[in-house]
Design a protein around this ligand. Structure first.
Ligand SMILES: [Zn+2]
Length: 68
């Protein structure tokens, strides 16, 4: 089950809830101030670009080589 992150617009509390994919427009309320003014945040596994991972060789090595 995917976890959706919500952000409370009242107290800016960030919380995650387990919701089904079909579920939409649910009456989610903040667990801190019990406010209904929450906004669904973007999932972590979604739109994950712009990673600082530029420390690799041109040719990707499948495994260890040499050193014998
Ligand atoms: Zn709140």
């Amino acid at each position: 089950m995917p976890i959706y992150e919500y952000i409370c617009l009242k107290c800016n509390e960030k919380f995650a809830l387990l919701q089904s994919m079909c579920s939409a427009d649910n009456n989610t309320e903040c667990p801190k101030c019990s406010s209904r003014e929450v906004k669904k945040a973007i999932s972590s596994f979604s739109c994950a670009t712009g990673s600082k991972d530029s420390a690799s060789s041109s040719a990707p090595a499948p495994g260890f080589g040499g050193g014998g």
